[in-house]
Design a protein around this ligand. Sequence first.
Ligand code: SF4
Length: 329
Amino acid sequence: MNSQSITKEILKWYDNNKRNLPWRKHLTNKQKEYYTLVSEIMLQQTQVKTVIPFFDNFIKKIPNLNTLAKTRDKKLMKCWEGLGYYSRARNLKKTAQKIIKDFNGRLPNNIENLKSLPGIGEYTSTAIMAIAFNKQYIPLDGNVERILKRVFYLKSEKEINKDNLHKKKSLFGKSNRPSDYAQAIMEIGALICKPKDPLCHGCPVNKICTAYKKNDFEIKSKNKFNKVKYFEAEIYENNNKYLLIKNNKFNFLKNLLIFPMKEIDQNKFKSSFNKSINIKISNMDMRITINKIKKNKYFNNSFLIGKNDLKNYILPSFTKKIFNSIMRY
Ligand code: SF4
């Protein structure tokens, strides 16, 4: 297969199989830029199927860049509630303000200017260039990486480093439909070249895939180091009301409501007889021991919240998970 026939087969597959996603609707150029920006920021840490309802709700409440730039933080956070990684929402609003101030209200269509916007790095800028501006870029997301590693059978540390993977993208050549093409390759990774049990029979590049020939689909990845950290959460409860504080202490979940917590030593965690739960957040595996205390306590910026009033507050899913676990015992 030469690169022209690879391109043709991939686009043919995409035209027959692409998912009907809300940011792929027929849109004006201005809408396309806004929808791509919002969806790509949401997709940075979250899977497509989780993002869809949040995206629909976000667009309904905050339909364009001008509205986003002026949206009050409370409303913005309510729209993002449950999606996690809240700094993305704050950056999105700052990005909208900067686009209006510095770029005449239109998303810039070059990589360097895109990267100057809060929350937009290498991957997101190339995704925007390809998807919103129809430029010849193929963003290297986890899906594209997986296809390249399997087609070229890349296993060693040297072979799977980012520089080499970027070089290997030349396999895909160029297309006269760059926006569709970039999305098509990512879509094949998501739907066909899945991490487990890839559906090779329906794959448009199976003729040139070494993993398929060798029947070995194992993917080597650079160890993503998830740090294990230990915490003690203090649950102050009085008359069915629980004390939450606005987090100014930890770098994660900044300014959001959490139970009072402190980081503790692993030995103290082990010797604790309290219940505990595990929560993954950013690059951290948190082990949290739950210490229930039946008395009143007040901190700066603290709130006593009844179980039934929770819906009136913007709570990160982190806090909801702890809350659900204490309700169980
Ligand atoms: S043939 Fe199979 S392993 Fe190779 S790229 Fe396609 S889906 Fe992935």
